[in-house]
Design a protein around this ligand. Structure first.
Ligand code: AMP
Length: 249
């Protein structure tokens, strides 16, 4: 079984985002970029499935600028077999990404597409679900456990108040949650080896997908600063304070 793993190049999760002075978005000039953390978990899960013998080939895909090649090389260094870069400088929204991934899935015929549950830059949590709808495939979102069993995959999902296990008929879409696994670091020899693994270069036009944005960002601003708290000596004082603040009547 072939696995398709979409990986997005996003602002590194350790970086504190700076807002552009005109409020039009996050300033990405000279900012460290990395693979979306949930996508690292997806790559790791794909590798584990191959190690268990449930998968034979892992294809990483990224839609983004030329620099997204670095993200794909990271996936290859972790263990993916080959990569596809769909190059565009446009800001690609989840629907356009899902449409491109659907075309690639039709071409590649994977048994599963394993995506992150959300990209930490747009926090959309949409692409996997849209892709499942476009392909008409089953979906198991927010996976904390994935077990392939013949023509089916069991996905344990993190839902409010507990865990739910669903059985999906393959081919299927799986999106990863934080507790699914701990991604490996790429070793130096594997980073070197990744440089010679195949990386195909495509464009959205090759798939006939219009990536023009459908949303307009009207304003981006920092969360308001938290005001300093106060300490109260007793419950009575707490209630008094809450009353004067108008929180309780
Ligand atoms: P989102 O719906 O934007 O929160 O993204 C969910 C998941 O879709 C990500 O974790 C990636 O696996 C995948 N994805 C989103 N955008 C891209 C992209 N430009 N290239 C590759 N994968 C993407």
């Amino acid at each position: 079984m072939k696995l398709l793993v979409p990986v997005k190049r996003v602002i590194d999760y350790n970086v504190k985002p700076r807002i552009k002075s005109d409020g039009s978005g996050v300033d990405l000039a000279n900012v460290k970029m990395s693979m979306n953390p949930f996508d690292e978990i997806a790559v790791e899960e794909a590798i584990r499935l191959r190690e268990k013998g449930a998968a034979t080939e892992i294809v990483a895909v990224s839609i983004g600028p030329a620099k997204a090649q670095e993200t794909l090389r990271t996936a290859l260094a972790m263990g993916a077999d080959r990569a596809i870069l769909v190059e565009t400088d446009a800001e690609v929204e989840p629907l356009a990404v899902a449409k491109i991934l659907a075309k690639i899935a039709e071409e590649e015929q994977p048994g599963m597409v394993i995506l992150g549950k959300q990209a930490i830059d747009d926090d959309s949590n949409q692409t996997g679900q849209m892709l499942a709808a476009l392909l008409g495939w089953a979906q198991g979102t927010f996976a904390s456990k994935v077990e392939v069993d013949g023509e089916q995959v069991s996905v344990t999902r993190e839902v409010d108040g507990g865990l739910e296990t669903v059985k999906l008929k393959l081919p299927a879409i799986v999106t990863t949650d934080l507790r699914l696994n701990e991604p490996r670091y790429a070793s130096l020899p594997n980073i070197m080896k990744a440089k010679s693994k195949p990386l195909a270069q495509k464009s959205p036009d090759d798939y006939g997908v219009d990536v023009a944005p459908r949303l307009t960002t009207t304003n981006v601003r920092e969360p308001s600063k938290r005001e300093a708290g106060i300490k109260v000596a007793s419950v009575d004082e707490l209630i008094d304070r809450l009353k004067t603040m108008g929180v309780v009547g």
